[in-house]
Design a protein around this ligand. Structure first.
Ligand code: DGI
Ligand code: FE
Ligand code: FE
Ligand code: FE
Length: 187
């Protein structure tokens, strides 16, 4: 699919704010893809679709999780974790995009997972550091993103887990699996 077509499919499903975020994620992701020798075309498509399902009604997302190959334990955790996995399914069903290089980064962009591919790391990180974001410690992650993609993912993952624990949120197992996998490389 051409990027322009993807953008027009996504636009009506997002708020203006979320759409602008999506374009910034795409720009950030393409710059990382260029630096780390990842396919620009696949990166841009994954970025444009990464929050595609963000505003689907909860009962619709629930039905997709029940009726597709997605992990059922998602239903035991916060619904904020559903839009990535559901988006990965929707682009296949609606647009015939059946490519793990595009679907996996979308599926895991919120949590990460163990053994992320380079394109998964690029989307995970771009979503975290795009210029519209302001989290505590984000400048350190932005600087590291220019030096070491995997190490930057570790910093983003660690910050997210600390943030979630501080607000007493439940943490999805894949979120921990991502952190554990990354800290083993940089402990
Ligand atoms: O969709 P975005 O807002 O662009 O960003 P996102 O999909 O990365 O994250 C959405 C939210 O999900 C963010 O506030 C952090 C949160 N999150 C990430 N991992 C977990 C989580 N929330 C819970 N409860 N558990 C997690 O493991
Ligand atoms: Fe998201
Ligand atoms: Fe994220
Ligand atoms: Fe996002």
């Amino acid at each position: 699919m051409e990027i322009k077509e993807a953008i027009e499919h996504v636009r009506p499903h997002l708020t203006q704010k979320r759409f602008d975020h999506t374009l910034r994620v795409a720009e950030t992701a393409v710059s990382l893809a260029d630096q780390y020798k990842v396919s620009k075309e696949k990166t841009e498509l994954a970025a444009i679709f990464h929050d595609y399902a963000k505003y689907r009604p909860l009962d619709e997302m629930k039905r997709w999780i029940i009726s597709s190959r997605l992990p059922k334990d998602l239903l035991l955790y916060h619904h904020e974790l559903w839009h990535g996995p559901v988006g990965a399914i929707l682009i296949e069903r609606e647009f015939g995009i059946k490519d793990p290089d595009i679907q996996l980064p979308i599926q895991y962009h919120t949590t990460g997972r163990a053994h992320m591919s380079e394109i998964e790391k690029v989307i995970f990180l771009a979503d975290y550091i795009e210029p519209g974001r302001s989290f505590p410690g984000i400048e350190e992650v932005r600087n590291m993103a220019r030096k070491d993609l995997t190490h930057a993912c570790l910093l983003a993952s660690r910050n997210t887990i600390q943030f979630l624990m501080n607000k007493k949120a439940t943490i999805y197992p894949e979120t921990f699996h991502a952190y554990n996998d990354l800290i083993k490389q940089y402990g």
